[in-house]
Design a protein around this ligand. Structure first.
Ligand code: TMP
Length: 258
């Protein structure tokens, strides 16, 4: 058993103190929650898959010059990341109407948006992560105007890259959530991408059938969530067929009778 210090336990991840100052270990759990944790469950093997998918996407984003907290994957469920001060804003990027946008404004799910829409939610579980305007962010000092410029520019570049990447594997990137953090260098700080990018925080629809390949399967009780996550990983070329990791996941699932 490891003796390292736990820093924080979130809904889907646990953060531990890293091996060097300024580093953190992110442990990906199988726990799934929805509707501000009103609905709770597990998706078998999700942590392993999200760890791999997030590693893959953060690495590719690094290649196009998006700075992030990702350092390297350590094992099946853990990755080493830079410690950041999280900006208390969830950035939602939308290409197609769905979810809370459809509900709030009465726009049918699946309606393509004329251009990419950025929304911001204030990260506060007790308040249910309310939607806020850039004016609120400035007014309450959650991020500076310069930081918001960096954040929005990165979010658009990330979307352009990810929409293309997913289109290439027959997946429509409907929307997704990003989180950013500050790293301090002397008197200065800069913004880098943090958290994770996985089917937990993205809406991913099969391009041909519109089948949902993301956490909406869990949120909406559609079933087949573990298979959907595995399908995304498979299409991304992760866990090649017959690899021991896939076999492990499948036997883990069979053991639990799922
Ligand atoms: P929404 O339509 O429920 O606002 O969700 C938009 C996108 O953001 C969707 O891909 C799921 C993701 N998301 C999270 O990752 N965490 C959250 O807490 C919420 C509300 C949404």
């Amino acid at each position: 058993m490891s003796r390292r210090r736990q820093i924080y336990e979130g809904k889907a991840k646990i953060l531990y103190e890293g091996p060097e100052p300024g580093t953190i270990i992110q442990y990906f759990k199988d726990d799934a929650t929805a509707f501000n944790a009103e609905k709770k469950g597990t998706i078998n093997g999700k942590g392993v898959i999200n760890n791999r998918i997030s590693e893959h996407i953060f690495t590719l984003l690094g290649h196009i010059g998006i700075p992030s907290h990702f350092i390297r994957r350590l094992n099946m469920r853990e990755q080493l990341v830079k410690q950041v001060e999280i900006v208390p804003i969830e950035v939602i990027v939308r290409n197609v109407a769905a979810g809370s946008l459809s509900k709030r404004l009465g726009i049918e799910e699946g309606t393509p948006l004329p251009h990419t829409l950025l929304e911001y939610c204030y990260k506060d579980d007790a308040l249910g992560d309310p939607l806020v305007a850039e004016e609120h962010i400035a007014c309450f000092g959650w991020a500076s105007q310069e930081e918001m410029q960096d954040i929005s520019a990165m979010a658009i570049r990330i979307n352009d890259f990810m929409a293309g990447m997913f289109a290439g594997i027959g997946v429509k990137l409907v929307d997704f959530k990003l989180e950013f953090g500050r790293v301090f260098e002397g008197d200065f700080s800069r913004i880098i991408l943090a958290d994770e990018i996985s089917p937990d925080g993205c809406r991913l629809w099969d391009i041909k059938t519109n089948e949902k390949l993301d956490k909406d399967r869990f949120r909406r009780d559609l079933g087949g969530e573990a298979e959907a996550y595995q399908e995304v990983a498979r299409r991304l070329g992760l866990f090649p067929e017959g690899s021991s990791e896939v076999t492990d996941l499948n036997s883990e699932r069979k053991k639990r009778g799922k």
